[in-house]
Design a protein. Sequence first.
Length: 191
Amino acid sequence: MQVVEYSISTYLPRDVVYFDGTSATLPQDYVIKEGNLRLFVLKNKINDVVNALKSAGFKEEKLEFYKGEKYSLSTKFFNIWELHVRIYDDGFIDGHFEVSRDYLEHLPYDTIPSIYEVFESYRTVYDKLHIFDNGAKKWIKEVKTHYFVTLNPPKSITALQPVTVSVDLSAIGILTYLLSRLNKGEEFVET
């Protein structure tokens, strides 16, 4: 196990004005839930955005089980963190910071959304920042104030590779033992 020292922080919208002229103060527990505030790009710009993300160091991941997900990309961020971006075939984009997939803590640990860092990574090919409030079903015209949100690291992390190897080796040992117990089943054959 390794001790981790660095947190990751980002800004997320708090007080917003929608294109219909209404305003809202978005609760912090609302904005930190992924999928509530979503980026958007035009469908004909999706491939340009993907290429820009790849040029910025993002690697394409195996697609997960999210309906409509067209691309899943991630990049290492600081020490143990990863920025994971999902791009959907309708042009919506969800991004979040998470513990890297290199560590066992990736699965159970909290995440925090990323809006501005994702946009910064592709703005050279699409410089319009579109943020959709999925709960209100409204487009955000202006962000007046922000939350400063921090995700603290786990107290320690466990590299996934050594755990996987030890699990594989123990599985091989169990499988070898089970296979050694195979027999012809002659005592069950009626003559």
